[in-house]
Design a protein around this ligand. Structure first.
Ligand code: NAD
Ligand code: IPM
Ligand code: MN
Length: 371
């Protein structure tokens, strides 16, 4: 058995379709690079609900905590829309993030050389783009209490959520942002709405202070979230690392996806804190996209977001940067050859299936290691 324990959670909709393709690359790694993973599969989301009445069992959660890394597909679908809140597929993912304490969600948006004409923005605005959205993933309105729906005395109801952030929560995500920026282009943009939200006021204060204390050599700015959304489509190359809260990070990263050509291109890594004694950290790798019920079951989903998430897994959990580069290079080359799945806007080009896209990436991997 290998010492690299990988838990695979395909989930629902196109989740299993793109995870299946990624497992072909895992197999390739074992054959051609002699790096084998101890792969275990589990159920999450609607698939887990169908099997056991809950979107995440305690056993699967324990397996995830025990694994060296988790590869996640996607969860959710119309079939589950009417379930009570706590049974919904999305709760399975949220519970994994919370209980594994995966507070740092890295969502890189990169435009591959041959994809600059596939963005919904003009080529010059996006060619060469490489930004990192760092999303706080275990706090804010996603998890704070109180929340609920209550009856109003005069009839009707009131739905409410709570947005809150504490100093330690803000500082720990801020430190990750600074570390990332130091390995990139040394610029951090912190995004909130300090003009309307008290949690935003504290966020801005804590980040600004942290930058003064620990951000030496880094260019730093504060920006309101609405302006950031606008700036992302006006001039995205002004950014390097964007650090923001759970909800703004969710929205801004879907927005950034279209800079790269498709939501089907965006990977992510959800990381916990490093254990100071063992150096280990919990980690889950998940594409930014969801289960895409509108195209599920047709074999046309873009596998690249999942494949790039696997590349991040190699890099961040196993320090296998060379192998990660290899996977990214193979994808880059295949895209350069003109191949596109149907989600990518491209006039007059044939569209290939999920499987054919992966076939080509595997062939390219073969070429890269033999050439
Ligand atoms: P979605 O990301 O599933 O799909 C949005 C659009 O992008 C759809 O038109 C879809 O076909 C397209 N798309 C997404 N990924 C693609 C890919 N790899 N290849 C080709 N096209 C792709 O978002 P949605 O439709 O708002 O949500 C559908 C379900 O997924 C909901 O239940 C939602 O809660 C869930 N969801 C799950 C995750 C996750 O598991 N991490 C993330 C987002 C949404
Ligand atoms: C994402 C998704 C999730 C989120 C949902 C499915 C819980 O949209 O990973 O971006 O909102 O965080
Ligand atoms: Mn999202």
């Amino acid at each position: 058995a290998s010492n690299k324990k990988l838990l695979v959670l395909p989930g629902d909709g196109i989740g299993p379709e793109v995870v299946r393709e990624t497992l072909r690359v895992v197999d390739w790694m074992a054959k051609k690079r002699s790096v084998s993973f101890d792969v275990q599969e589990g159920l999450v989301g609607g698939a887990a609900y169908d099997a056991s009445g809950t979107p995440l069992t305690d056993e699967t959660l324990a397996d995830a905590v025990d694994a060296d890394a988790v590869l996640f597909g996607a969860v959710g679908g119309p079939k589950y829309d009417d379930l009570p809140f706590e049974k919904k597929p999305e709760r399975g993912l949220l519970r994994l993030r919370k209980e594994m304490d995966l507070f740092a969600n890295l969502r890189p948006a990169m435009v591959f050389a041959s994809m600059a004409d596939n963005s919904s923005l003009k080529r010059d605005l996006v060619a060469g783009l490489d930004i990192m959205i760092l999303r706080e993933l275990t706090g804010g309105v996603y998890f704070c209490e109180p929340r609920g729906i209550e009856d109003l005395p005069g009839g009707g109801k009131r739905g409410f959520d709570t947005q809150a952030y504490s100093t330690p929560e803000i500082e720990r995500i801020g430190r990750v942002a600074f570390d990332l920026a130091r390995k990139r282009r040394n610029k951090v943009t912190s995004v909130e709405k300090a003009n309307v939200m008290m949690s935003g006021v504290l966020w801005r204060q804590v980040m600004t202070d942290l930058h003064k204390r620990e951000g030496e050599g880094l260019e730093y700015e504060n920006m309101y979230a609405d302006n950031c959304a606008m700036q992302l489509v006006r001039n995205p190359k002004q950014f390097d690392v964007i650090v923001t809260d759970n909800l703004f990070g969710d929205i801004l990263s879907d927005c950034a996806a279209m800079l790269t050509g498709s939501l089907g291109m965006l990977p992510s890594a959800s990381l916990g804190a490093e254990d100071p004694t063992t150096g280990r950290r919990h980690a889950l790798y998940e594409p930014v996209h969801g289960s895409a019920p509108d195209i599920a079951g047709r074999g046309i989903a873009n596998p690249i977001a999942e494949l790039l998430s696997f590349a991040m897994l190699l890099r961040y959990s196993f320090d296998m940067g060379e192998d990660a580069d290899l996977v990214e290079k193979a994808i880059d080359n295949v895209l350069s050859s003109g191949l596109r799945t149907a989600d990518i806007m491209q006039e007059g080009k044939a569209k290939v299936s999920t499987g054919v896209m992966t076939d080509s990436i595997l062939k390219e991997l073969d070429k890269l290691v033999s050439g």
